[in-house]
Ligand binder design. Structure first.
Ligand code: PEP
Ligand code: CO
Length: 462
C-alpha cells in the first residue's frame, strides 16, 4: 500500500467543496438505498462508525491520483479486480491471499505486455453493497426483498433475513480493516516478490495446454529477470521487486457508510472518504442530480463512474464537469461497460466528446457487466469470449481515436469456481452448478483470469 509520502498542500479547495459536507447528499434523491426499518438503530451504528479510525489515509489517495494521472497520459496501465460482492461468510486469510495472488500474477503479465507500470486496485476491503434492478426477487417461488449485499442484509432465502440491519455496517468495517491489514502485510512482507509471482505464472504455462500458448511471453519475462540478476541487481533485496503498491476500491453505494467514514484531511483541509482509496459510482446511480454524484463530487479521492449503453454525450460531459471541474489528471476514471456487441458502435462518440472537451480521464473497460445473461435454469453467467471480445473492441476504438486504452476492471476470485463459461477449462453450461458460489455476479476463476491477462498482454504488444 502506498505510504503517505506527500506533503502536497497545493490542492485547492473547489467551489463545490466550500459548502459541501459529507451529509449534503441527503438533500438529493438517493436511489438504491435501503429502507432502514429502525431510525434509532441506524443513528447508533453510524455514530459508532464515525468514531472509528479511517481505513485509508488521504496521502495514500493522493498517491493513487498521481498514479492514475500517469495512466491518463498513457504512461501506465490500470488493473482493477476483485469480487462482485465480498461476503461475510467467505472471509478467510486464504481467500484474501488467493485473490491477491491472481491479481499480482495478472499484473506481472500486463506489466511485461505494456512495457509500463501497472497500477493495481482491488475491489476489496469494502466492496459489499450491491445495486439491484428489482426491489424484490423470487427465491424458490417465494417473493422476498432482494439481497443487497452483506453490509445491508443477508442472502439467506427467507424474508426475515432480507430486513436491512445497520449493525452490518460495523461488521463490514471490521472485515474491511482485517482484510486491509492482511493486504498491507502481504504486499510489503515478501509475498509479492516478483520472482515468486513469475514462478506461479510459469506453473500456469506448464500445467495447461492453453497455458503453453504463452510460453514465449513467460520465457521473455524469465530472460528479463535473468538479465537483471546478471547486471548485479539482487532481486531479493530490491524493494521495488519485493513489494508492490496495492490500492482498494468499492462502489460508493451505501452513503450512510461512506458519510460516516469521510474525514477532513488535517494537511489540506479537504474531505476524503477514508473507506477506500478509490470510490466509484455505479451505472444505476450516476444521475447528475442524484445523491451519489453529489457525494463523490465533494470528496478528493480519485473517483470512477460506470458507463452503460444508454449513456449520452451530454450526460457524460456533465458528469466530467461535475466530478472533475478542475480537470485534475487522475481524479476521474471512466469505466465503460457497453457489451461486446455494442462497444465498437457506442464507444467512439463517448471518447471523442470527452477528448474534444479536454477532460484528462482514465479510460477503463469493464468487460463483465455488459455481457451478463441468464441460463435456462436462471443462473447468471458470462462467456470468457465475450469478456475478451469487449476488451478487444475497447482497444480497437481507442487505437482509432488516438486515445490510451488505460485499463481493465474485472470480477474475479482466486478460487476454482465455475461461474463464467469458456476459458482455459472450456467451462460449459452443464458445469456451472459444480462450484457456483458467488453471492452476486459470476466471476472469472483463477485460470480464466490469468489467461485473460496473457491475452490482454498480447493486445498491448500489438
Ligand atoms: C458492479 O460493478 O458490480 C456493478 C453493479 O456494476 P454496474 O454499476 O456497472 O452495473
Ligand atoms: Co458485479
Amino acid at each position: 500500500m502506498a505510504p503517505d509520502r506527500d506533503g502536497d498542500r497545493s490542492t485547492v479547495t473547489t467551489p463545490a467543496q466550500s459548502n459541501w459536507t459529507p451529509s449534503s447528499w441527503r438533500e438529493y434523491g438517493a436511489s438504491q438505498m435501503p429502507d432502514w426499518p429502525d431510525d434509532q438503530a441506524l443513528k447508533e451504528s453510524t455514530a459508532e462508525l464515525s468514531g472509528y479510525p479511517p481505513l485509508v489515509f488521504a496521502g495514500e489517495a493522493r498517491t493513487l491520483t498521481r498514479e492514475l494521472a500517469s495512466v491518463s497520459r498513457g504512461e501506465a496501465f490500470l488493473l482493477q479486480a476483485g469480487d462482485c460482492a465480498e461476503s461475510f461468510s467467505e472471509f478467510s486469510a486464504d481467500d484474501i491471499r488467493d485473490k491477491l495472488k491472481v491479481i499480482l500474477q495478472m499484473a506481472v503479465v500486463l506489466t511485461y505486455g505494456a512495457g509500463l507500470p501497472v497500477v493495481k486496485i482491488g475491489r476489496i476491503a469494502g466492496q459489499f453493497a450491491k445495486p439491484r434492478s428489482s426491489m424484490t426477487e423470487l427465491v424458490g417461488g417465494v417473493e422476498m426483498p432482494s439481497f443487497r449485499g452483506h453490509i445491508i442484509n443477508d442472502d439467506a432465502p427467507i424474508p426475515s433475513a432480507r430486513i436491512p440491519d445497520p449493525t452490518r455496517m460495523l461488521r463490514a468495517y471490521n472485515q474491511s480493516a482485517a482484510t486491509l491489514n492482511l493486504l498491507r502485510a502481504f504486499t510489503k512482507g515478501g509475498f509479492a516478490d516478483l520472482s515468486q509471482v513469475h514462478a506461479w505464472n510459469q506453473q500456469f504455462v506448464a500445467q495447461s495446454a492453453e497455458g503453453r500458448r504463452y510460453e514465449a511471453i513467460a520465457g521473455e519475462i524469465d530472460r528479463a529477470l535473468a538479465f537483471m540478476r546478471a547486471c548485479g541487481i539482487d532481486l531479493r533485496a530490491e524493494a521495488t521487486i519485493q513489494q508492490v503498491e496495492f490500492f482498494t476500491s468499492h462502489e460508493a453505494l451505501l452513503l450512510d457508510y461512506e458519510e460516516a467514514l469521510t474525514r477532513r484531511d488535517s494537511l489540506t483541509n479537504d474531505w476524503y472518504d477514508c473507506s477506500a482509496h478509490l470510490l466509484w459510482i455505479g451505472e444505476r446511480t450516476r444521475q447528475l442530480d442524484g445523491a451519489h454524484v453529489n457525494f463523490l463530487a465533494g470528496v478528493k479521492n480519485p473517483v470512477g463512474v460506470k458507463l452503460g449503453p444508454t449513456t449520452t454525450e451530454d450526460e457524460l460531459l456533465a458528469l466530467c464537469e461535475r466530478l472533475n471541474p478542475e480537470r485534475i489528471p487522475g481524479r476521474l476514471t471512466l469505466t465503460t461497460r457497453l457489451g461486446v456487441d455494442r462497444v465498437t458502435t457506442l464507444l467512439p462518440s463517448l471518447v471523442r466528446c470527452v477528448t474534444d472537451a479536454g477532460h484528462p480521464v482514465v479510460w477503463q473497460c469493464d468487460p463483465m457487466h455488459g455481457n451478463t445473461f441468464s441460463t435456462e435454469d436462471g443462473r447468471k453467467t458470462r462467456h470468457f469470449d465475450d469478456v475478451l471480445g469487449e476488451i478487444r473492441g475497447f482497444f480497437g476504438v481507442h487505437r482509432e481515436e488516438g486515445t490510451w486504452p488505460g485499463g481493465v476492471h474485472v470480477e474475479l476470485t482466486g478460487d476454482n469456481v465455475t461461474e463464467c463459461l469458456g476459458g482455459v477449462e472450456q467451462i460449459l453450461e452443464a458445469d456451472l452448478p459444480l462450484r457456483y458460489t458467488t453471492t452476486c455476479d459470476p466471476r472469472l476463476n483463477a485460470l480464466q483470469s490469468i489467461d485473460l491477462a496473457f491475452r490482454v498482454a498480447e493486445l498491448l504488444r500489438t
